[in-house]
Design a protein around this ligand. Structure first.
Ligand code: S3P
Length: 172
């Protein structure tokens, strides 16, 4: 069984995924890290040098590479992964995958990304809190349709990392 985590930037996919994999003693794959290692560049550098369309192609290929491996594991997707190309149908067509949406409210996302949005290429241009909130509200509205097709949804607002991991474990 592969547990695949999706959700908007700042929803906790990476930290929850890593902790969950340790608890279950299974391999952990972070899609952004996989892409970044394969390209020997940060995600920001890929966006900057080659643009978003190029990144989305890499992301789609990386998703397939990672999900085709044999055995158990936990996979943290990038925030946009289920929203492009055939990625979501590919994920949902895998019989050994459980897709979990880590659902965070706009306020939770704004609070979490405020201090560290410099490394997120899609949010770098946003300066004021009002701009961030407006952008995230619209973006999340567009993406919700994809996230909500996950097999399970966990609300992460006001929960600690441990609590979210517990919620994931309860679904298995
Ligand atoms: C993106 C989210 C990022 C990364 C890239 C694009 C997105 O991952 O894949 O910057 O489109 O939401 P995180 O959700 O891990 O920040």
């Amino acid at each position: 069984m592969k547990i695949v985590l999706c959700g908007y930037m700042g929803s906790g996919k990476t930290s929850v995924g890593f902790r969950l994999s340790k608890t279950l003693s299974v391999p952990y794959f972070d899609l952004d890290k996989y892409i970044s290692n394969a390209e020997s560049r940060s995600i920001s550098a890929i966006f900057l040098e080659f643009g978003e369309i190029y990144f989305r192609k890499l992301e789609s290929k990386a998703l397939k590479d990672v999900l085709i491996f044999e055995g158990d594991g936990v996979v943290a997707l990038g925030g946009g992964t289920p929203c492009y190309g055939d990625n979501l149908s590919f994920i949902l067509n895998q019989t050994d995958v459980k897709l979990i949406y880590l659902k965070a409210s706009i306020s939770t996302i704004v609070n979490r990304i405020s201090s560290k949005n410099n490394s997120r290429p899609l949010l770098m241009h946003l300066n004021s809190a009002a701009d961030k909130r407006e952008f995230i509200a619209k973006h999340l509205f567009e993406r919700r349709f994809f996230y909500e097709q996950a097999h399970h949804t966990i609300n992460v607002d006001n929960k600690s990392l441990e609590e979210v991991v517990e919620d994931c474990l309860a679904l298995l």
